[in-house]
Design a binder for this molecule. Structure first.
Ligand code: JTA
Length: 596
């Protein structure tokens, strides 16, 4: 009995810090409870705080060799990086990571060659650096071709600076998405967590740069003030604060609504609106078709898809209870979304009962899987694979939530019998991060905290490395989140979901009142691909062997963005934890990680 479960009790993650504080979700976030309990006292890690910390680390990287030789000097003070350390106002578009390069060049003594500065995507085509062997994005490929390259799923990865061009084939930069070739922009909405306003403005083509832009965010108090300050110089920008009345809730949803002269497009993706999220990470994007405007007076049911996408999107927007978003609900109603083949899977904060219980989170996914998939022979051996970039607190053991709620929902396949199916989780190991294109700083976007990690060593036995050789993205750390059900040989897919939702109860929801109520803290959004919506006769997709190949039967081959089968952590592997030091081995830039 004990032997049989040994894999659940391995040594992945043994830390020697003492745990005292109690953080409900996605730890690493400051959990200090505010002293003066005000009306709005919820302790969350705002994006501006996260960015501030990241800027500081990048401004003052610690070199492995100097640390080893004890020759490290005190931080270089003369570089006044944090003159404005608001995070919001510091537009990183042109110089994120340059400060660190500069410091290194100054600090590196003989015997260690400084790295040449790397090119930034804002200087595409006019870069003077010698390191643009592999240019970023959009130089070589016509964005129009890209649109069609992704069919029929319209699922894309973001372009990655510094990999071979062939691996950026069919990938999109934000500038591609906003390109006039996709539509003549009239007005847009950007839903997101982290927004660098000046950088965002520059991603729009000049001719669209003054078109009305609504930014939907979840910032409060000082962070909100900073965001407003950053947006103030831009007369075309309006802000909409998503209500977050539940503690530890976050506005994670990443969506664009692009209203064109020609129609409307919806983009659901995983990237923050900051330079770093579109540079050297693996991120996912779903592009809707171009939705044409419906004639006035057409029936209300006209324009709905077989997947009920339009009503579900409107329902999701309604959950914000915002007058501005109600105007966008009206706009959506005036468009023909009937070609949409994806299902919308969202989370919105609240406690839900009765018919509302299955509207959001893991029960929403469970309902869709029950109603729109069919059991396959031997389905008890078909694993669920979850892949994410942060992890919440999941309790003392697997029975508390991971198996009883999460696996139960994701393991649903039609109305078939239930079984304890295999569950594999993919999350970057310390070595994944260390050897990545960004090096340890990539871990700044993988905010799994030590306080959470050390409470759930049992979880880490499910973990598999990030490996994406076939998409050329092993070294581009994932900020994408995906969930899927595959055959035992990993060659077939029963469904695939790309979403903002990490592995947390805050995102997916958890039962209250013995399951009669679903409790969700955060806003999340994703799209689900079901074989039935793509005309599959087998009830499955095949897993596309090479995501760049033009498959003969594109109808059924899905481009899974990472390598299968998943590769389990070795005995030495540990999950990346962002707020502990890594000093024993240098990263790809010769630095170590000393979080403060
Ligand atoms: C670093 C984060 C997101 C998201 C949310 C993050 C945190 C740290 C990156 C991120 N939270 N954090 O929605 O994409 O501690 O909250 O990328």
């Amino acid at each position: 009995m004990h032997r049989a479960t040994h894999s659940q009790e391995s040594n992945h993650g043994k830390w020697t810090l003492s745990s005292s504080d109690d953080e409900p979700e996605e730890s690493g976030k400051p959990s200090r409870s505010p002293t003066g309990a005000s009306l709005d006292p919820l302790p969350r890690y705002s994006c501006s705080e996260a960015r501030k910390a990241s800027h500081k680390r990048k401004a003052n990287p610690v070199s492995f060799e100097e640390e080893e030789q004890g020759t490290r000097q005190s931080p270089v003070k003369k570089l006044k990086l944090d003159k404005d350390d608001s995070g919001w106002c510091l537009s990183s578009s042109d110089d994120e990571s340059k400060p660190s390069q500069k410091i290194k060049a100054e600090r590196e003594g003989p015997g260690r060659k400084p790295r040449p500065p790397q090119t930034q995507d804002d200087e595409r085509g006019q870069s003077t650096s010698g390191q643009d062997k592999y240019k970023t994005p959009s130089d070589s490929q016509d964005p129009w071709d890209l649109l069609h390259a992704g069919e029929p799923f319209c699922f894309y990865l973001t372009k990655v600076r510094g990999i071979k061009p062939k691996y950026n084939f069919g990938a999109l930069h934000i500038k591609d998405i906003l390109s006039p070739l996709y539509g003549t922009l009239e007005s847009s909405v950007q839903f997101n967590y982290c927004i660098d306003v000046p950088w965002l403005v520059k991603q729009y083509p000049e001719e669209f740069r003054k078109k009305p832009l609504l930014v939907v965010h979840g910032e409060k108090q000082e962070s909100k003030a900073k965001l407003h300050e950053a947006a103030h110089p831009y007369e075309h920008i309006r802000l909409c604060q998503a209500k977050l009345d539940i503690a530890f809730g976050t506005h994670h949803t990443k969506m664009m609504l692009l209203l064109y002269k020609e129609g409307l497009r919806v983009v659901i993706h995983t990237s923050n609106l900051i330079h770093g999220d579109w540079d050297q990470k693996t991120q996912g994007i779903w592009l809707s078709p171009l939705y044409r405007r419906i004639q006035e007076g057409a029936s209300i049911s006209a324009g709905e898809s077989a997947t009920n996408f339009r009503a579900d999107l409107i329902s999701y927007l309604a959950s914000y209870n915002s007058p501005t978003l109600r105007e966008w609900m009206e706009i959506i109603k005036q468009h023909d979304l009937s070609e949409t083949r994806a299902y919308l899977v969202g989370s919105t904060p609240g406690r839900f009962q009765g018919v509302e219980r299955e509207k959001w989170g893991h029960l929403r996914l469970r309902k869709l899987l029950r109603e729109h998939t069919t059991p396959v022979p031997g389905q008890q051996d078909w694993p669920v694979i979850g892949q994410f970039s942060s992890i919440g607190s999941m309790g003392a053991d697997k029975t508390k939530w991971l198996h009883s709620e999460f696996r139960e929902s994701l393991g649903t396949l039609g109305k078939g019998a239930k079984a304890d199916i295999p569950l594999h989780l993919i999350y970057p190991s310390v070595d994944n991060v260390r050897t990545s294109l960004e090096g340890y700083p990539a871990g700044g976007s993988l905010p799994y905290g030590i306080q959470t990690a050390q409470k759930q060593p049992w979880l880490h036995s499910y973990f598999h490395r990030w490996k994406a050789e076939t998409s050329g993205r092993s070294s581009a750390m994932p900020h994408i989140k995906t969930y899927m059900r595959t055959s035992p040989d990993f060659q077939e897919l029963a469904w695939f979901l790309v979403t903002s939702a990490n592995l947390s109860k805050a995102a997916w929801g958890c039962f209250e009142k013995s399951g009669a109520q679903m409790f969700i803290r955060s806003y999340e959004l994703g799209v689900l691909f079901l074989p039935s919506a793509f005309g599959s006769e087998t009830g499955t997709f095949s897993v596309k062997e090479n995501i760049y190949a033009k498959s003969e039967n594109p109808q059924s081959a899905f481009p899974v963005p990472y390598d299968l089968p998943p590769e389990r952590y070795s005995g030495k592997d540990r999950p990346w934890v962002w707020n502990i030091p890594y000093v024993n081995a240098p990263d790809t830039h010769g630095n170590i990680w000393c979080p403060s």
